[in-house]
Each structure stands twice: as C-alpha cells, then as structure tokens.
Design a protein around this ligand. Structure first.
Ligand code: THU
Length: 142
C-alpha cells in the first residue's frame, strides 16, 4: 500500500520534471505541476508564456486541462513547484497557485489537496477550500 507521503513525493517529482519544460522567456519564472485523478492517472503541465503576455497559461491549468481533455473530471491531489529560473527568490515562501488557477480547479471539486513544494522534502499541503474560501462554483448555478 502506497502511503500518502509517497504519493505526495511522486507528484512533486513529476511536477519538477514538468518544470524543466517551462516556456517562460519573459518572466523567467518557471513552474511545473502534476495532478492526480481519481482514476489514478497523473497529468503534468508547465507554464507557457506569450510575447503578447496575456495568453500566458499557468502550469496548473495546463495539467488540469490536459486531464479534463482526456475525460477526467475528478481529482485527488495537485502538486506544484516553481520559482525564478536563477533560483533567487524574493521571499522564502513556497509558490502557491494564482487566483485564476484556484478558480479553475474549484470547478472540479473543493476537496482537492494542493501540495505547494520547493522539493520532495520541503512542501506544504492545503485543501483547495482553504485556498479559495467562499468560492463560487458549479453548485451556485442551477
Ligand atoms: N505561474 C504559474 O504557472 N503558476 C502559478 O501558480 C503562478 C504563476 C506562471 C505564470 C507566468 O508564466 C509566470 O509564472 C510568472 O507569473
């Protein structure tokens, strides 16, 4: 039986690998994400930027959209890793999902575990509902 720590660390490793593919020539801030579906599959993503800036998409949404486009609808856990490519961080804080990604993840369930990691040993786990309290989601619409 895989324990939760192994699952978390595996997801972090996959997010770290995905981060290597980050296309972020404008911000030089690279992010990788990995999302575990209820079916047990893992989908990864990295941030992808645009010269016109606004079409830029975060790693979390790339991972989520890959999964949803493969038919997945329910998710257990998402891990993300990120920071400046040169490693010089302004704060010691671990990267956390932006508001747009929190909203998009909320669409598929507030019970998602979000693992915000620097590496396999240094991470924090929060429920999506903690990151987006009083969120607006599918239940609010008829
Ligand atoms: N970014 C992510 O991929 N995920 C986050 O949670 C925070 C921000 C990306 C978007 C952009 O390419 C770069 O990081 C700087 O904002």
């Amino acid at each position: 039986m895989e324990n939760e720590k192994n699952i978390i660390q595996d997801l972090i490793r996959r997010a770290m690998k995905a981060r290597e593919y980050s296309y972020s020539p404008y911000s030089n801030f690279s992010v990788g994400a990995a999302i575990l579906s209820e079916s047990g599959k893992i989908y990864t993503g990295c941030n992808i930027e645009s010269a016109s800036y606004t079409p830029t998409i975060c790693a979390e949404r790339v991972a989520l959209f890959k999964a949803v486009s493969e038919g997945e609808r329910k998710f257990k856990m998402l891990a993300l890793v990120g920071g400046p490519k040169n490693g010089e961080k302004k704060t010691e804080e671990i990267v956390s999902p932006c508001g747009v990604c929190r909203q998009m993840l909320y669409e598929f369930g507030k019970d998602l575990k979000v693992v915000m990691a620097d590496n396999e040993e240094k991470y924090e786990v929060r429920m999506l509902e903690e990151l987006l309290p009083y969120g607006f989601g599918p239940d609010n619409l008829i």
